[in-house]
Design a protein around this ligand. Structure first.
Ligand code: SF4
Length: 529
């Protein structure tokens, strides 16, 4: 019904539209509180959503392919990207100190935050000390991760997203569904309804209803431009922080990043500690990998290099620049021998675009800031397996993400490792730094016993025979209600297994080939000689 109302601009009832959006927002919030499986099921039942994600994934995969025509060149570039990121991680503590030293020399004030709450408090304190009440934000996943907007708004500071996708998501009261294209789940008609119902021009009037993309963007641009002129502070993310020169690099396409970092008097950049690179010579290769993998562009429309506040005599630029370096669990990841490559990520989103599960359930089903394969790896490590361990099941281990990753993060291996962590016995060594938060949270006694029994039967031939005989003779039981209830955690999303009438051993015996394999093997070993 909402679609019908929205599509006929002559008969739009703005109050009704606003009510509909309020209901949708409430439903979205409720759904985000539900279990992963419920969210995924709802997403699969939403045809419009599936169409949006399928279309967007195909489009982005096609664009990426077109800018990497030479497989050999791509492979060499990926090797180089991997080597640069591994070099950064191998020297992380020292590079961070060098970055701080050079940034400070450039006049940038550096702050360290161990937790999300600490990061938000630091940013709030900086804003308060400068009497800043209105903030414009450039796109930044780490500020989504620490939930900065909620923190500031709860303290009376207006925080407006200036990236078009983030702006739409903020208007809708939702969270991003993709790390590069936050509003990828919305179609044109939905955006038109949203802008008309919730966006207001500087004179307080509603934005006219339109489904014309240029007009929609023009309307948003007019609103945001006005906010840029008045904002007390700008908050941005960082794509790469160069240790040798103390430079913050920011990649973007809309120009909002440049406006955020230059127009207000105060600029606060926020980044995870892993974003450091040693030298400027490392930037071009990572940049070209990032933009080609993310949006299929050879280079982004804007590439900003921030190396300090404006100097005496300069007309443009902020008077103060701060950098907040956020740990929020990254040191723990850094200490893990197997999971450390998680920190190689340059946040291009290619793993999501290539993931068949993500293309079907979309970003919100994951219930975390970072969806898709990289989300499955990052989120449980940052926020704990007990809270986010379920999302690890959203993977068929087909390997497409690992193949697409420009810095060769072995995503399927990391997902497998985290699955093992989720069901490993807890408290092996409570003091071990490398232990993933919430280790063993998904371990259940019943499942452990089943797997132990399974392993035993495969280790001892007589037990194996007893098991296969029991299963073939009792195969009818698999169709009973009791079996359906018992097996439901497995069969809710898979077909119920149906044992054959006769076991493989019985069939082999009946055909007179039983024992042939053992004899052949014995022959090869020379036992008959
Ligand atoms: S894991 Fe790789 S493909 Fe995925 S966002 Fe990070 S860098 Fe891109």
């Amino acid at each position: 019904m909402s679609q019908k109302i929205a599509s006929d601009s002559m008969h739009i009832n703005i109050e009704q539209l606003q009510q509909e959006l309020n209901v949708e927002q409430r439903e979205f919030n409720e759904l985000q509180q539900r279990h992963f499986k419920v969210r995924a099921k709802m997403a699969l039942e939403n045809e419009a959503l599936r169409k949006s994600f399928r279309g967007a994934s195909d489009f982005l995969m096609g664009k990426r392919k077109a800018v990497f025509p030479d497989e050999g060149a791509l492979s060499a570039l990926r090797d180089r990207g991997e080597a640069i990121r591994q070099h950064s991680l191998a020297n992380l503590p020292e590079l961070l100190e060098r970055l701080e030293k050079n940034l400070t020399a450039n006049g940038v004030q550096v702050h360290w935050a161990e937790t999300a709450d600490e990061a938000c408090t630091i940013i709030h304190d900086i804003l308060t000390a400068n009497n800043a009440r209105t903030v414009v934000k450039g796109k930044s996943m780490v500020t989504e991760e620490i939930e900065l907007n909620h923190f500031l708004e709860a303290r009376g500071i207006e925080c407006l997203e200036s990236d078009m996708g983030e702006y739409l998501v903020q208007l809708a009261g939702e969270t991003p569904s993709h790390i590069i294209m936050p509003a990828i789940h919305k179609n044109k008609a939905q955006i038109a309804r949203l802008m008309h119902a919730r966006a207001q021009t500087s004179d307080g009037s509603q934005v006219p209803y339109t489904e014309d993309v240029d007009e929609l963007i023009g309307n948003a641009r007019a609103i945001l431009r006005d906010k840029f002129m008045r904002a007390d502070a700008g908050i941005s993310g960082v794509n790469m922080a160069v240790a040798n020169t103390g430079t913050l690099c920011l990649v973007e396409n809309e120009g909002n990043g440049r406006m955020t970092t230059t127009m207000p008097k105060l600029h606060i950049a926020v980044t995870g500690i892993e974003k450091v690179v040693e030298d400027f010579s490392h930037v071009p290769e990572l940049l070209t990998l990032l933009t080609r993998s993310a949006t299929g562009q050879k280079i982004s429309t804007y590439f900003n290099m921030i190396s300090g506040p404006k100097k005496a005599g300069e007309l443009d630029g902020p008077e103060q620049v701060h950098l907040v370096l956020v740990d929020n669990g990254r040191s723990r990841i850094f200490s893990h021998p197997t999971l450390k490559p998680t920190l190689q990520c340059i946040r291009c989103g290619a793993c999501m675009n290539h993931c068949p599960v993500y293309a079907r359930v979309g970003g919100h089903a994951y219930g975390s800031t970072y969806p898709g394969p990289i989300g499955q790896v990052v989120t449980p490590q940052i926020a704990g397996l007990e809270k986010h361990g379920d999302m690890l099941s959203a993977c068929s281990l087909n390997g497409a993400c690992g193949e697409a990753c420009p810095v060769r993060i072995p995503l399927p291996e990391l997902i497998r490792e985290l699955r093992a962590e989720a069901v490993s016995p807890q408290f092996t060594d409570a003091t071990a730094v490398q232990e993933v938060m919430g280790r063993g949270a998904k371990r259940t006694l019943g499942e452990s016993l089943i797997w132990r029994g399974w392993a035993l039967t495969h280790r001892f031939a007589p037990l194996y025979r007893i098991m296969t005989t029991a299963m073939t003779r009792g195969r009818g039981l698999f169709r009973s209600k009791a079996a359906a209830a018992l097996l439901s955690p497995w069969t809710d999303s898979r077909s119920t297994p149906q044992p054959a009438r006769r076991s493989l051993h019985e069939l082999a015996k009946a055909r007179g080939v039983a024992g042939q394999y053992q004899n052949n093997t014995a022959d090869k070993r020379g036992d008959n000689a």
